[in-house]
Ligand binder design. Structure first.
Ligand code: FAD
Length: 306
């Protein structure tokens, strides 16, 4: 049995593990894949105090830091159910059940993909998902944003200040973003918005993106745009399906937490991209992991042994 069991081995989970282990309590971490989204990241330039690093390199440092402490690391297993009977029980897809006095949920999120030819091939060499992370790579270049919801239009406004030109492609007949964001985007001279546009292919020269192809859904005609970057903003999906019904989630599936990282189940905390935190970044996930861990410790020292 654990004092703290962390589910997820990304930046939030790793940070929570180090903070818990430093309290000298029995800490376990179970993860499908250690490293999380960071494993898929090519260049990282906004992890403060490290000017530039790469995803796999940062993951190796995270793992080294966690392994420096007495933490039971279990990878290759996915949590599939949480329940409580005095102890908190986490069932795994391999049939095992882990019990702990407190649990930290840090299962992260995944970006929705367009699933068109070229997208996977050019991911990290023109196809991007995070404007805060990769915007500056496209300084003075032409880019597209796929998706006209709040995150797409926010990304377009953000990028328009850095890049030469932004084309927004929205599948529907109109944008879904808040009115105030739409007004702002329409007022910027280097943003073009195209509605009823279905992206059909990412075009490239074998090493990087050179453009994209889309179908005008109103006429059925096909068009090409030349550009260097494509920001896909069609949704970030929290890895929380397995908690539905047991832990309170928003209608978008994010775990609802308060300032201390507490969830709706007593003794269960959450951190990082899987939660309602408004910004999804490595440094923010790490801070949240620390918060959740300190809150779990605070909870444990208030428990009286029966
Ligand atoms: P994640 O990193 O998503 O980790 C989740 C962990 O949970 C993983 O270990 C996963 O295997 C595990 N898991 C999931 N479900 C289960 C389950 N049911 N059971 C057990 N384990 C489970 N941020 C920046 O700050 N700078 C950048 O430059 C940057 N670039 C990015 C580039 C890309 C391509 C992507 C996709 C993201 C980028 N981000 C960047 C965002 C950043 O990676 C995330 O904000 C951060 O990784 C979130 O950390 P997390 O620990 O909450 O979740």
């Amino acid at each position: 049995d654990f004092d703290v069991l962390i589910v997820g081995g990304g930046p939030a989970g790793a940070s929570a593990a180090v903070y818990a282990a430093r309290k000298g309590i029995k800490t376990g971490i179970v993860a499908d894949r250690f490293g999380g989204q960071v494993l898929e990241t090519v260049g990282i330039e906004n992890f403060i105090s490290v000017k530039k690093t790469e995803g796999p390199k940062l993951v190796a440092s995270l793992e080294e830091h966690v392994k420096d402490y007495d933490v039971d690391i279990m990878t290759g297993a996915k949590a599939s159910k949480i329940s409580k009977d005095g102890m908190i029980n986490v069932e795994l897809d391999n049939g095992a059940t882990l019990s702990s006095k407190s649990v930290i949920l840090a299962t992260g999120a995944r970006w929705r993909k367009m699933n068109v030819p070229g997208e996977a091939q050019y991911s990290g060499s023109g196809v991007a998902y995070c404007p805060h992370c990769d915007g500056p790579l496209f300084k003075n270049k032409k880019v597209a944003v796929i998706g006209g919801g709040n995150s797409g239009i926010e990304a377009a406004i953000d990028l328009a200040g850095i890049v030469e030109h932004v084309t927004v492609l929205e599948f529907d007949t109109k944008l879904r973003a808040d009115e105030v964001l739409q007004r702002k985007a329409n007022s910027m001279s280097n943003i073009t918005i195209i509605t009823q546009a279905q992206t059909t292919e990412v075009l490239g020269d074998g090493s990087k993106v050179t453009g994209l192809q889309y179908t005008d859904r109103a006429t059925g005609s096909s068009h090409q745009i030349e550009l260097s970057g494509i920001f896909v903003q069609i949704g970030l999906m929290p890895n929380s399906e397995w908690l539905d019904g047991d832990i309170d989630l928003t209608n978008r599936g994010e775990i609802i937490i308060n300032d201390k990282g507490e969830t709706s189940m007593e003794g269960v905390f959450a951190a990082g991209d899987v939660t309602t935190t408004p910004y999804k970044q490595i440094i923010i996930a790490m801070g949240a992991g620390a918060t959740a861990s300190l809150s779990a410790f605070d909870h444990l020292i208030r428990q009286v042994e029966q």
